[in-house]
Design a protein around this ligand. Structure first.
Ligand code: FES
Length: 159
């Protein structure tokens, strides 16, 4: 479970003067730090700005860019837009599930390293099929390239 640094949350709140009308940028900054919105952080913020947790939860679930689920260190987005789909992004995704031991619906791999997201067009159709890892584009992916990429990331974690 993610440990929330309340001093960090305080500094974010201070930057916005604990102003409840600034709740979106406050939550964006928290998410930028943790890659999701930890419940403890939202409860803390709600208390500090004089809102209810339910109110903040409502905001978090209304905007699809917010996530309430913990994410892995590496967030892998697999494009499912038309160009990527036609160029077999499904096979790339299957390889990704296989090598991470994850299945559809899982938010995070057992080792805490990976989160897989199926997304619409990433805007790089000429490089299809495309994946991103923490925002870095990986073009013309194949199942083998995806397996090698995951092995490299695991190796980097060991060194
Ligand atoms: S369809 Fe995948 S980048 Fe556009």
């Amino acid at each position: 479970m993610t440990k929330v640094d309340f001093k960090l949350i305080d500094s974010i709140l201070e930057k916005y003067g604990c102003d409840k009308s600034k709740i979106i940028p406050i939550m964006q900054e928290i998410q930028a730090e943790y890659k999701f919105l930890p419940e403890a952080a939202l409860m803390y913020v709600a208390d500090k700005i004089g809102e209810t947790y339910a109110e903040l939860y409502g905001v978090a679930t209304f905007y699809k860019d917010f996530s309430l689920n913990e994410k892995g260190k590496y967030v892998i987005k697999v494009c499912n837009g038309t160009a990527c789909h036609v160029r077999k992004s499904d096979d790339v995704q299957e390889a990704l599930y296989e090598i991470t031991g994850m299945k559809p619906g899982d938010y995070i791999s057992a080792d805490g390293l990976f989160t897989i997201e199926r997304v619409a067009c990433l805007g790089a159709c000429g490089l299809a099929p495309v994946c991103t890892v923490n925002g870095v584009v990986h073009p013309q992916m194949t199942p083998d390239k995806m397996r090698a990429l995951i092995m490299d990331l695991r190796e980097a974690e060991r060194s």
